[in-house]
Design a protein around this ligand. Structure first.
Ligand SMILES: [Zn+2]
Length: 240
């Protein structure tokens, strides 16, 4: 086992106090996703959409990475083989814990995307309707750099090739309900990877996984990382 791909979702950030979209009732922080997380919503009422993401961005200053983020950052630092953390989360808790090999497939709260010049730049503080782009200088054309419903997730080519080469695919804290991420496990299995689900409860796709661990991410993820690093120590050429 050398190449690991880890998919993370809302369940990893939930214990840090971040509430995200719940498929069960279609609400995200009491807003219907149709009102805040679609390109049509932004066309219709940009002020509302900006207020929503400005509040989510401000919330980041009040939360901290939890033991699951920290364990994954440790695995990233210590794992000698290829590793890629693909997160569906738009918060910055993985990177604040120290993860480096990380990809935000659904965008980031701390990024702005200018529709005038197509540049994406780090963003802190409110964005608002009149925000000026740091690249082209135009005001009023910057939107949250978030992949909304109906839009294509980022870096799918890179994700596909990482999964195709993975020896182990791990899904952590995802509902298994949102595609294309929900289909990664089947691709990984088809390409010969072992697959592991870590979640609070069985996800919609739980039967696709070879192995399953159920419980809080802050408990299950550190335990799994400990086991993986211990196993790799035993099986390294140095000790055989
Ligand atoms: Zn611009």
């Amino acid at each position: 086992m050398r190449n690991i791909v880890i998919l993370t979702g809302a369940g990893v950030s939930a214990e840090s106090g971040i509430r995200t979209f719940r498929a069960a009732d279609g609400l995200w922080e009491d807003h219907r996703v149709e009102d805040v997380a679609t390109p049509e919503a932004f066309d219709r009422d940009p002020a509302l959409v900006h207020r929503f993401y400005d509040a989510r961005r401000a919330r980041l200053a009040e939360v901290e990475p939890n033991a699951a983020h920290e364990a994954l950052a440790r695995l990233d630092a210590e794992w000698a083989g290829d590793l890629l953390i693909v997160t569906q989360n738009v918060d910055d808790l993985h990177e604040r814990a120290g993860a480096r090999r990380l990809l935000h497939m659904h965008g980031e709260l701390n990024s702005g995307w200018c529709l005038a010049c197509d540049s994406r730049r780090a963003w802190s503080g409110p964005m608002g309707e009149g925000a000026a782009c740091g690249a082209c200088g135009l005001a009023g054309r910057v939107r949250p750099d978030i992949v909304w419903f109906g839009e294509m997730p980022y870096a799918m080519d890179r994700i596909d090739s990482a999964i195709a080469n993975a020896d182990l695919f791990v899904s952590i804290g995802t509902s298994g309900a949102v595609y294309p991420a929900a289909g990664f496990v089947q691709t990984a299995r088809y390409r010969g990877a072992r697959t592991l689900e870590i979640n609070l409860e069985p996800s919609q796709g739980s039967l696709f996984f070879h192995e399953r661990r159920y419980g809080p991410a802050s408990v299950e993820v550190p335990a799994w990382v400990e086991a993986v690093l211990a196993y790799s120590d035993q099986s390294s050429p140095m000790s055989s």
